[in-house]
Design a protein around this ligand. Sequence first.
Ligand code: NDP
Ligand code: GDP
Length: 327
Amino acid sequence: MSLKKALITGITGQDGAYLAQLLLGKGYEVHGLVRRSSHAEVTDHRLRWLGIEKDVHFVDGDLSDLAGLMRTFKLVRPDEVYNLAAQSFVHSSWQQPLLTAQITALGVTNVLECVRLECPEARFYQASSSEMFGLIQEEMQSETTPFYPRSPYAVAKLYGHWITINYRESFNLHASSGILFNHESPLRGKEFVTRKVTHAVARISLGQQDELKMGNIDAKRDWGHARDYVKAMWLMLQQDKPDDFVVATGRTTTVRDMIRIAFNHVGLDPDAYVKIDPALFRPAEVEVLLGNPAKAKAKLGWSTDITLEEMIAEMVDADIARLKRNA
Ligand code: NDP
Ligand code: GDP
């Protein structure tokens, strides 16, 4: 039997790296779309962290370039397509709303068109987001909770979510959408709140920094570990029928408490270091997210292995190790 082929857009990001590792472990031939950079030597840094950079096949491409994507699909002929590429940072989406729409929204249609026209038998995964719930309409959000996006990013993701459902219904594609709640890891970008905090805690513990400026620390998120969450993506594409699934832990925590967990891990008191900077508040905030993963548990047999405390400890330790290595 020939190897199954997977194509991952966004392979250089956090989830792309962990998903590539998972699929390689299952014997897949993994292809990843990589956009051109003048710093080619650092684009694969997350894959190198996992020690898999030589095991994946890279193809040049950008989500906004349909012709290039078509060529990639003709070349690779994937069995499974994971569309993870996006302008993924909420805060930046107010600065770059049009770019966010072009990549995070219309980019999804570009990939779906490639599936429809080049390999309609392929199974497709769309990286949807809990940010679509925004101003929450139910205390615990599930697949049936109405959406209320609160940022250009969330509006773009909502388009990606619905166009995936529409292509499934219009063209009978095996297209699934994972509504993933925040998930983090040592490979999370430093602009996101958990990694910003763990990196700062690592620096403070090594005497390299003495203050941490934060925005709205009363916001609450349902945080899981990316390594657990990429398993759900794969499971969705192994089902007989495509569907949509909320992927979450079912526990919500304030940014304030997450900060405390990180500082306590190195024996420090956050109150001595954390300062609130109004410039870091957002034009419209998502105050609280809490997901109900019952459907993913029941239908996919999915569950989490890693707690928030374990994940934050892993992230702080990884940041300390990185800083010591570069010292
Ligand atoms: P990252 O920001 O770490 O990765 C984003 C990826 O998209 C990178 O590989 C980036 O490439 C790539 N990319 C950006 N623009 C383009 C483009 N124009 N063409 C091709 N590739 C592009 O995100 P995550 O790994 O954390 O998230 C994966 C997906 O899941 C994203 O769609 C995100 O919005 C979504 N999501 C994430 C959640 C989370 O908590 N992590 C929660 C819910 C959804 P480059 O390296 O060149 O920048
Ligand atoms: P998001 O849920 O996709 O926006 O993920 P983030 O990690 O960027 O932000 C999570 C929450 O932390 C949001 O409610 C932010 O407003 C809040 N937050 C508070 N201070 C900061 C900060 O300094 N940086 C970031 N990124 N978020 C912050």
